[in-house]
Design a protein around this ligand. Structure first.
Ligand SMILES: [Zn+2]
Length: 474
């Protein structure tokens, strides 16, 4: 009898304990705990959750999506649940790089339509890499360059070959250094995009496509480099910003509330002096265009470039807030997140390796520092082998604030933000409250001033209500 009573107490005790642990862990997306869902939102949460359960049961635990977005994306994008996420209002896209923000298929077709466009189609050398695009208004064509239309005439597979050269895919998975290939893509398409007639069409197409995915504003990371004119001259510094502004005016004809902001950047492979010069240049822009220039950042592979701390003397002079890449790494010796915190950065790009530094995580939570998470980028660049193993899930559970970005979607065969939200929803067991918080954070942590921020919040709330109604009619 005594023994039976002992076991009864033991069962009750352990049962209670496991229940309370379950509550803490499973319901514990602390970063979104302050949001209260309406009854309609709770119904929508159940609708989406049931659909996710059906999809994941049908695909099984070994679904290739978790380990390879590029080989599964076509199948993924046919799902009804994906179509719902495509319609979801997404607030701001606050982590995306200009050269990789568009659509590679569009880029190839546009290049093929231009008789003056040349492609390098010879052996790799220090200056050029196969598939590199350029224009030569002065008529001096270096060896190895061909008019792209001439090459297309003799090679019917050119489009497919170029697509492989301008994107990462399964064929690149076993490369010894993926970043070398990744950076070659920037080299291949950079001079093409920054040719004035292409620049205008490319950004018009890219921004319209983002706006039609429910993105209200974009904070574009760019060095604001000069643009080549058709007569061979280059634009002045101010003309580059004016060009961006003129593109936004065109986009607003079909998306009246759309906004574009710039996070100017410098390369972390450069010298302290070069970064200092770029900070001063951007400070001048910030004075001239205070609403347009919203941040400053360092870009490039963290493992090979200098740390955020190394550039502190230059970065401390920035008049724009520091939205620094940090922790795009799985190395315990990478301290870029800590450096960014020391530099009072309100937002940090990626933050993958935060799991090595629990005290730093507490600081991020206390300071309400935002992580710009980029799940597809992290998988494609092989920092995270499986979306379900992404450490961000733990960060969100413990209360680190975050939003989602797409980083370099064109090069990852992705478009916009739907793909990132969808894989995060499927892989991290997020509830609708957390999805909404990720989106809201993109607005409340955005670089725009208060009145503009309120306009975007009001617009988002209206669109969100319509979205919830739409989900509940499914
Ligand atoms: Zn980035």
């Amino acid at each position: 009898m005594r023994l039976r009573l002992f076991f009864l107490i033991l069962i009750l005790f352990t049962g209670c304990r496991s229940n309370s642990e379950y509550t803490i862990i499973s319901g514990g997306f602390r970063f979104s705990a302050d949001l209260k869902l309406s009854p309609a939102e709770k119904r929508a949460d159940s609708v989406l959750n049931a659909r996710r359960k059906e999809l994941l049961t049908r695909k099984g635990d070994n679904w290739s999506l978790f380990r390879s977005f590029t080989s599964t994306k076509a199948e993924l994008q046919k799902e009804d649940l994906y179509a719902i996420f495509k319609k979801m209002p997404k607030g701001g896209l606050v982590h995306v790089h200009a050269t990789a923000a568009g659509d590679v298929d569009w880029l190839i077709s546009f290049a093929l339509s231009m008789p003056e466009c040349f492609v390098y189609w010879s052996e790799e050398n220090a200056s050029y890499t196969p598939g590199q695009l350029a224009f030569f208004p002065d008529g001096n064509i270096p060896p190895g360059w061909l008019p792209i239309q001439e090459l297309a005439h003799s090679d019917p597979d050119l489009k497919t070959k170029l697509f492989r050269l301008y994107t990462l895919g399964p064929e690149d998975e076993n490369l010894p250094d993926l970043w070398i290939e990744f950076e070659k893509i920037f080299k291949r398409v950079g001079a093409f995009i920054y040719y004035k007639p292409v620049f205008i069409s490319y950004f018009k197409n890219s921004l319209e496509s983002l706006a039609s995915e429910g993105i209200q504003f974009v904070e574009l990371r760019t060095s604001l480099g000069k643009i080549l004119n058709e007569d061979g001259t280059t634009t002045t510094d101010e003309a580059v910003i004016e060009l961006y502004k003129s593109v936004v005016t065109v986009v607003r004809a079909s998306h009246p509330f759309f906004d574009l902001r710039i996070i100017a950047n410098a390369g972390r492979g450069g010298t302290l002096e070069a970064v200092g010069d770029q900070v001063q240049r951007i400070n001048r822009f910030k004075l001239q265009y205070p609403e347009m220039i919203v941040g400053f950042d360092l870009v490039g592979e963290e493992a090979k470039g200098y740390s955020n701390g190394y550039f502190s003397p230059a970065l401390l002079n920035s008049q724009a807030p520091l939205f620094l890449h940090g922790g795009e790494s799985i190395s315990a010796s990478n301290h870029n997140i800590g450096d960014a915190v020391n530099l009072n950065a309100p937002r940090i790009g990626h933050g993958i390796n935060l799991f090595f530094f629990p005290d730093l995580e507490k600081t991020l939570i206390a300071n309400k520092t935002l992580l710009e998470l980029c799940p597809i980028s992290n998988q494609e660049l092989q920092y995270v082998p499986d979306f379900r193993l992404h450490p961000a899930l733990g960060y969100l559970q413990r209360g680190v604030q975050a939003t989602l970005g797409s980083d370099d979607p064109a090069f990852f065969q992705s478009l916009g933000l739907t793909d990132d939200y969808f894989v995060a929803y499927l892989s991290w067991n997020l509830d609708l409250r957390s999805i909404k918080k990720l989106v809201l954070n993109s607005i409340t942590y955005g670089g725009q001033s208060y009145p503009a921020q309120q306009v975007h919040l009001d617009l988002f709330n209206k669109r969100w209500e319509e979205f919830i109604q739409c989900v509940n009619m499914q």
